[in-house]
Design a protein around this ligand. Structure first.
Ligand code: Z16
Length: 810
């Protein structure tokens, strides 16, 4: 009924008046947002219930995707688009004198994630709903998502993200489906007629309350669920008037310690800290998730011995690895199943994705801390380790080194990646080269022991969000050329190949890009009062700030260009706009220095009249999903310049590609597959390869002073970091200077500098030939289909989860 404009208006007005008690004239934008969103939520309710009924009836197996992060962005626009309500909604609101965009603007991003890993989860959910893959997301309902970034005097300042301040109109609270999660206490072992029983006593009990958010498929009647759990005190009928002061005090302390579990998302993307609160979060998620799954499974008549046949549990990185011992605990302690059978069920239910090989990201929990918080779970992990080591001993008798190296518990620490590999039936990497590194280097011993577990699933992005929604002008151009089949079948984008020689198509593509640049330029003018030349090359690096992602290398090329232009202001090069964006983990000092460096360079260059506006540098504040949707469509060049071997996949690279920007990249992560897809002519590749980097590491690195001493450009740039010539203050960026020279440049910035600069010059030359450039853009869009997460999740469904798509009829 919402498909009719008049009906839409009527229902919207009715909601404003009856639910929010105001007339349309009095209503604030927030009232309008709440009314509109809740209207849509109610509209999909039937399909939501229906989808789950269909899954229970028709799906042989269903997937539960556990992740401590899902980075959704703003739900309203996506939901309207996938329901096919966007146009009618816009027109209905227009009639009422309301601007849909202004409503969308006030919606908070759902920022329950740091970056790549959390956004991948969100893309997967969208794709699975659009394909009818029976999958349910499980995560934590953090009261505060990833911090908001403010830039003050060039430095990052973190502000709490109170995304729930006005309530969340998309979620439905399911109090009646709450479960109990138990921490601390002790385990008593009982001998029950010759059988051991484990009784957990004196524990601290907390309540996990589910909230469900709809994940709407693209015009297919399917509504999947993202379930988020919040930690709350157990319901008690405490009568405070009867309690002593101490008892009240104790209750308040309990309440605060409980609520802290789902208070805040850890803002570190690649740095593991070992904090007990984080361990609590991880166990809270898997225990709550598994309990609700099992309760529903049994309610539908399921037998636990068949659990793994009906249920697939996927763990996104090692964060939810405790699903393995927790499932064992439930099967053994609560379902009375013997160890061997429980282990069979568990290791046939659980699959695991690895997302990084960076050693500082690998989770290792201190045994004593772990034992104190999760005594029964510790016993089970210990037993898993004992049995696994025995198996290793049988296979590799007396090979102590190997066994110690592969053990789950070693040196008083629990290695979560080892537990994840041992306890699951599938282990996948996220791009070909990343999987190869896992198999041949980082997890070589495990690959030798159980090669059948290892497989690759190259990441993808949902083209419906990142092209159809983010770039409507380009989407229309594509549809005009090849029809709209690509929206459901992204591989058909390949039909654009024939347009790479079509000058009218390319002229239109040029206009679309310019239009998108204008939108971004307006935003930059508004927010930063900087003028952007729409004919300049818009060159973008947006992602978390990290040494391995090498924002510093990008800055050094810019500084080199700046010096070159100062020496020769009439140099014939296209003007360039360099855009950066990204957050630094609050405790990562080097990353914060990098932000300050970018802002300082921006300040120096943008005000320098000598270079005649040939260069502009902008740091976008608070980079997030909703801002990303403005950035990708407006970009010409995509900077993907990580040290080879360090970026497991990257997914921003794919978002640029599908919006027709050209990659400047190292042969790392999915860049390699992007280059294979578009061909060498449509990709700017530079730098050390994975093999070269790994071989340097094996031989103790290289000497960065050699580059400093032999390349005057490098010397000039490095000196300027500390000599006060550029930034007015001596030793201003000494930390960066030291890491590159005296700490031997762990990420090969100086080593790759020369090739990077040469390749940037090559790119500039290529840009001068407009039609050649547009041909490259077209080829990139045409070949982006295989980087859709539709392809990725189909591979997971077929080869890992063994689940079939279910079509939901109207
Ligand atoms: C993360 O975003 C990633 C890995 C990780 O261990 C933790 C976090 Cl928060 C990223 C990878 O760095 C990136 O290369 C990859 O594309 C992404 O995960 C999704 O797989």
């Amino acid at each position: 009924m919402l498909k009719d404009k008049e009906k839409f208006k009527e229902m919207f007005l009715d909601r404003i008046q009856t639910i929010y008690g105001v007339t349309i004239e009095e209503a604030s934008v927030t009232d309008k947002y709440m009314a509109l969103s809740s209207l849509i939520r109610d509209y999909i309710y039937r399909n939501w219930v229906h989808t789950h009924r269909e899954y229970d009836k028709k799906a042989e197996r269903q997937v539960y995707y556990f992740s401590v992060e899902f980075l959704k962005g703003k739900p309203l626009g996506n939901n309207l688009l996938n329901l096919g309500l966007k146009d009618v909604c816009k027109e209905a609101l227009d009639d009422l004198g309301i601007d849909l965009e202004s409503i969308e603007n006030i919606e908070n991003d759902v920022g329950l994630g740091n970056g790549g890993l959390g956004r991948l989860g969100a893309c997967f959910l969208e794709s699975m709903a659009s394909l009818g893959i029976p999958c349910h997301g499980c995560t934590i309902r953090y009261k505060y998502g990833l911090f908001k970034q403010k830039i003050i005097d060039g430095y990052q300042v973190e502000v709490l993200d109170n995304w729930l301040r006005n309530g969340n109109p998309w979620e439905v609270r399911k109090t009646d489906k709450s479960v109990e999660v138990k921490f601390k206490g002790k385990v008593r072992v009982n001998n029950k007629n010759g059988k051991m029983a484990f009784i957990h006593e004196d524990y601290e009990s907390i309540l996990a309350v589910p909230n469900d958010m709809p994940i709407i498929g693209y015009r297919n009647n399917t509504v999947n669920t993202l379930r988020t759990f919040s930690a709350e005190p157990k319901r008690t009928e405490l009568d405070f008037t009867l309690l002593s002061r101490e008892e009240v005090q104790k209750y308040i302390e309990y309440k605060h310690s409980v609520e802290s579990i789902s208070e805040i998302l850890y803002p570190d993307d690649h740095n593991y800290e070992g904090k007990v609160l984080r361990l609590k979060q991880q166990y809270f998620l898997v225990s709550a998730g598994l309990q609700t799954i099992i309760r529903r499974f049994k309610k539908k008549g399921g037998m636990m011995k068949n659990f793994h046949e009906k249920v697939a549990i996927h763990i996104n990185d090692t964060h939810p690895t405790l699903a393995i011992p927790e499932l064992m605990r439930i099967l053994i302690d609560e379902e009375d199943i013997e160890w061997d059978e429980a282990w069979y069920i568990t290791t046939n239910a659980i699959s695991y994705t690895n997302h990084t090989i960076l050693p500082e990201a690998l989770e290792k929990w201190n045994v004593d801390m772990f034992k104190g918080l999760l005594p029964r779970i510790y016993m089970i992990v210990h037993e898993i380790n004992e049995r696994f080591c025995k198996e290793l001993w049988n296979r590799y008798p007396e090979d102590w080194d190997r066994i110690r190296n592969m053990a789950i518990i070693n040196n008083n620490y629990i290695n979560m990646a080892h537990l994840a590999v041992v306890g699951s039936y599938s282990v996948n990497g996220v791009a070909k080269v990343h999987t190869d590194i896992l198999k041949n280097q980082v997890m070589k011993n495990f690959y030798d022991f159980s090669p059948y577990k290892f497989n690759n699933k190259t990441n993808g992005i949902t083209h419906r969000t990142w092209l159809l929604k983010a770039n409507p002008k380009l989407s229309n151009l594509i549809t005009d050329a090849i029809g709209d089949k690509w929206i459901k079948e992204p591989s058909s984008l390949i039909k654009l190949t024939s347009y790479s020689q079509d000058s009218s198509f390319k002229e239109n593509l040029f206009k679309v890009k310019k239009h998108n640049k204008q939108i971004l330029a307006d935003l930059i003018k508004r927010e930063y009062n900087i003028n952007i030349d729409l004919d300049s090359i818009v060159d973008v690096q947006v992602k978390r700030i990290h040494e391995y992602k090498r924002q510093i290398l990008n800055v050094f090329n810019i500084l080199n260009m700046y010096y070159t232009l100062k020496d020769n202001p009439d140099l014939d090069i296209p003007s360039r706009t360099f855009i950066f964006g990204g957050k630094a983990a609050p405790g990562y000092y080097m990353a914060k220095e990098i932000i300050k460096l970018i802002n300082s360079v921006s300040y120096v260059i943008n005000k320098d009249k000598i270079i005649k506006d040939k260069l502009k540098v902008i740091f976008l504040e608070n980079y997030r999903v909703s801002l990303a949707e403005r950035v990708f469509p407006a970009s010409d060049v995509s900077e993907q310049i990580s040290t080879a071997s360090k970026e497991a996949s990257g997914t921003g690279n794919m978002k640029f590609m599908i919006n027709g920007s050209i990659t400047m990249g190292t042969l790392d992560g999915a860049n390699i597959e992007i280059r294979d897809a578009v061909g060498d002519d449509n990709f700017f590749n530079f730098g050390l390869t994975v093999d070269e980097v790994l071989s340097y590491y094996r031989n103790g690195g290289y000497n960065s002073w050699d580059v400093y001493n032999s390349d005057y450009r490098v010397k000039r740039i490095l000196d300027s970091l500390i000599d006060g010539t550029l930034f007015g203050e001596k030793d201003k960026f000494r930390m960066i200077y030291e890491s590159l020279l005296n700490n031997n440049d762990q990420y090969f910035v100086l080593k790759d500098f020369d090739d990077y600069v040469k390749t940037q010059v090559k790119l500039q030359e290529r840009y001068k030939n407009k039609y050649k450039w547009l041909e490259m853009c077209t080829e990139n869009i045409a070949n982006a289909g295989k980087f859709s997460s539709d392809r990725t999740v189909k591979e997971y469904a077929k080869h890992i989860w063994k689940v079939k798509e279910v079509q939901v009829e109207k």
